[in-house]
Design a protein around this ligand. Structure first.
Ligand SMILES: Nc1ncnc2c1ncn2[C@@H]1O[C@H](COP(=O)(O)OP(=O)(O)OP(=O)(O)O)[C@@H](O)[C@H]1O
Ligand SMILES: Nc1ncnc2c1ncn2[C@@H]1O[C@H](COP(=O)(O)OP(=O)(O)OP(=O)(O)O)[C@@H](O)[C@H]1O
Ligand SMILES: [Mg+2]
Ligand SMILES: [Mg+2]
Lengths: 254, 254
């Protein structure tokens, strides 16, 4: 049975998509079979692994029950990694779900009725705590919380963990914290201070791997490749490879 | 009657809050009377002008009709600038609104019933196109769209303008485009290329003022001051002052 991880933070622009795409690709490079699911109607995870946004069935059709996750998962250029792509239809899905009974469980129910035989399922979500991120958190075994070492992102951590506790107590008691990953780490004093503050507040939950701010990462987004493929020797790519190894170690303990 | 501007982009982390806070403070410094409204339950706009998050009535109480905007607007340390603060209650507001008739018009109706006598109302919203950003766009005379010169943010512009057209045709035909403001501009080739692409696609809508990526901006967030106050000689602050002058020029033409 696959291990399901939701990448979540309601704060915008903290590196959720960049983390989901690079982790998925690096896990596949380590020989794991992975399905990356893009629940964000912006479709950034889809394009970041070279997928086509808004073309053909994908995550929306999984919610509506038109096909199983395995049927919707498309091959990518990276062996072992398949993608369930985003489309513009996802933008209206939250409203559609809110009219159903138990709207928080739709993703999980569909998955349980036809579980794909892969090692990992990674789910990227939009910012905010709407029904799509909630569906991902309810279906997941663990949650990975990317955070920038910046003030607003740090302030948001309190709210993020507040929401995770509520999800755990009302919908998914077995949701484990896979960890907190510091991203876009700067070299300035404020960044370093906030990294320390985050580590003192969240202790062992914080990955020792830290993703530096690295031009190669934003360049790779422009090239429609994850940085671990586009610039494997770059500091950003090396850090994501290290974070992936740590991700697997942590999973063994969950 | 005040000029109402919504700061909007469904892409996360593009500088919506930083732009709303600095524009509001700089407008006040130019002698305008301003109310900054924080509709994001994360409360970043609230703290960035030194306000207290989740303490006392604010934006939530405006929606529920408990008090007028003028009554809820708190003094800040900056003469001419008052704040309608965010609270955690905003997180549940979208669901509450969705059960009402014409949920998109609540903010506008409340405002029309008791319009404060100030020059400007600026509204910061969370990422995504939920009912709170929609309420801001329906009540606004104009919309300011911050965008990073990065691939995902650029990709998101198509969706953002797609949503704005829909808002204009279904709810608020007089919503004008105040402009597109490029933020966190880097000095690398990809940033420069994307800035050119954005200018070729959005032409005159793009502000000539460009906000550079500047450590002083993220430091100011940590000091609970907008950068125009915290480090007025910094490149970031100077650019926000220039953008504010351009904002006023553009408004005269709308
Ligand atoms: N380590 C890094 N160094 C430099 N740029 C980065 C890094 N990680 C991410 N970025 C860039 O920062 C921006 C935000 O990252 P990303 O879009 O992955 O965040 P997100 O949390 O998924 O955003 P959203 O909230 O909109 O879904 C993107 O333009 C991305 O290319
Ligand atoms: N010009 C700049 N230079 C450096 N850092 C900046 C700049 N503008 C904003 N930032 C930082 O980038 C991060 C994102 O900015 P901000 O929070 O204002 O974006 P947002 O669009 O409001 O995010 P959200 O989608 O979560 O509401 C913040 O940590 C902020 O301090
Ligand atoms: Mg994303
Ligand atoms: Mg914000």
């Amino acid at each position: 049975i696959p291990w399901i991880t939701a990448v979540y933070n309601q704060k915008g622009g903290v590196g959720k998509t960049t983390t989901a795409a690079n982790l998925a690709t690096a896990l596949a490079a380590c020989g794991q079979t992975v399905i990356l699911v893009d629940l964000d109607s912006q479709g950034n995870a889809t394009t970041s692994v070279g997928g086509l946004y808004n073309q053909g069935p994908g995550a929306y059709e999984f919610f509506t029950g038109d096909a199983s996750l395995a049927e919707l998962a498309r091959e990518t250029a990276y062996p072992g990694l398949r993608l369930v792509a985003a489309s513009r239809m996802l933008a209206g899905l939250e409203l559609e779900l809110s009219e159903q009974d138990s709207p928080q469980f739709v993703f999980r129910e569909r998955l349980l009725s036809d579980m794909p035989s892969v090692d990992h399922i990674l789910i990227d979500s939009p910012p905010a705590l709407g029904l799509l991120p909630v569906n991902a958190l309810v279906a997941a075994h663990s949650v990975l919380v990317p955070v920038q070492s910046e003030t607003f992102a740090h302030d948001g951590m309190v709210n993020a963990f507040f929401s995770l506790k509520r999800i755990r107590s009302t919908f998914n008691p077995s949701l484990a914290i896979h960890g907190v990953l510091v991203t876009m780490m700067g070299t300035d004093a404020t960044s370093k201070k906030l990294d320390k503050v985050i580590r003192s507040e969240f202790a062992d939950a914080v990955f020792s791997a830290v993703i530096p701010r690295d031009i190669a990462v934003s360049d790779s987004a422009d090239a429609d490749h994850p940085v671990v493929v586009h610039a494997p020797q770059s500091p950003g790519a090396q850090a994501y490879m290290e974070a992936t190894r740590e991700f697997l170690h942590r999973e063994a303990d969950l």
